[in-house]
Write a protein that binds this ligand. Sequence first.
Ligand code: ADP
Ligand code: ADP
Length: 237
Amino acid sequence: MLSLDHVSKTYQDGTEAVRGVSFDLQPGEFAVVLGQSGAGKSTLLRCINRLVEPTAGRIALDGSEITGAQPARLRQQRRHIGMIFQNYNLVARSMVLTNVLAGRLGYTPVAAALINHFSRQDVAEAHATLDRLGIADKAHRRADSLSGGQQQRVGIARALMQHPKIILADEPVASLDPAAAGSILEILKDINTRDGVTILCNLHVPELARRFGRRILGMKAGKLVFDTVPDALDAAQ
Ligand code: ADP
Ligand code: ADP
């Protein structure tokens, strides 16, 4: 469903962050990109929805090319791609509910006033999504009044409001303690198995990759260095 063909990114200062990465994801996969800090994981993930512009290669989602897509087409493609970030990327001063509803609009930061523009169904769905993620009671709190684990649940709820085909998660638990990290990854696993959403998740902790990834893509110095299953991770590393 996702196809990367020799994708590279060289930043303006000459840093070759991603070097000729190719792989395909099948629908319903839970794949982890594992690598140390600086390996290029974040750059690679951001190339997929062109938050970072790749300098070479082709990326396609369900057969339709993302690289080379004009702005209107790119906006349409991005609706199918949910993003989750290490630092949650919430609008700190806005309500939790507003942040979740923003998922309907893509990545535009929305002012609280815009909440009146959402349909009753959208609002009901946002509440139901918060309920599923165990934070129904936080809907009217300011986003930045929540704990890290709760803020990441808001980030996930926002992504779910897009009804994404795929969720790209960039170190979603790197700012969390082990207990909160485990429950966030369990939520992603549930979304993967129950809703069938394909997941591509950057992690730097091998133990977490082994526990949650059903496929592990190893990245080092911008290159894909292995593509394996959890049981074979030790041999691959
Ligand atoms: P990871 O997510 O694995 O930590 P990154 O993709 O963040 O890796 O970084 C890969 C390399 O690209 C690093 O050397 C990093 O310093 C560099 N890099 C990341 N973003 C930029 C940027 N905007 N400009 C220049 N270099 C960057
Ligand atoms: P995070 O991964 O939590 O976003 P980083 O410190 O890795 O935090 O990156 C913060 C921002 O700086 C990102 O937008 C990243 O692309 C950019 N960045 C990272 N490394 C470099 C670099 N070597 N040169 C320029 N920008 C960079």
